[in-house]
Design a protein around this ligand. Sequence first.
Ligand code: HEC
Ligand code: HEC
Length: 113
Amino acid sequence: MKKIMIIAIILTGIMVGQKSELKNVKVLPFKTKRELVSFMKTVVAPELGVKCNFCHNMTDYSSDEKDHKKVAREMMIMVQQSNKTMNKLNFHEISCWVCHRGSEHPEHTPKKK
Ligand code: HEC
Ligand code: HEC
């Protein structure tokens, strides 16, 4: 009986702690907030050379009110699609860095928009 209770408490903890933690995550594959935030801190923000507030309303990270966040989500889809090709070719996966190189606006070739 005790064991069942403990398992029930752990399961509830996992469900409450993980599922409802992420409110508006449509593209990224992470299941926990910890993994997702780690990706934001080590990949998304530094590879664009920006802080969290470039994309986020700092009082509600799930809000989509900033255009930069909406663009970033489309970029994430683009990167996922590119990585299907990269995997097929047995190449390393790409991330934002391949184009952005630490800048919010990647350079285009000279004279082109
Ligand atoms: C370049 C834009 C960008 C930057 C910078 C950024 N994020 Fe995000 N973040 C996103 C996008 C886009 C999503 C939603 C991804 C999806 O839909 O799969 C997201 C989702 C999140 C979520 C999930 C919110 C929810 O419950 O829906 C958290 C938490 C979060 N980011 C934290 C951070 C933190 C902390 C930083 C700074 C270290 C940061 N982000 C920097 C674009 C960004
Ligand atoms: C294949 C190259 C490429 C990759 C990979 C890429 N981007 Fe971009 N991104 C661009 C280009 C080019 C622009 C600028 C568009 C323009 O102004 O013509 C841009 C613009 C943006 C902007 C808008 C910046 C602004 O100042 O308005 C955001 C936000 C962004 N990218 C986020 C991301 C994120 C996050 C990733 C990784 C998940 C990513 N990008 C990966 C090429 C790329």
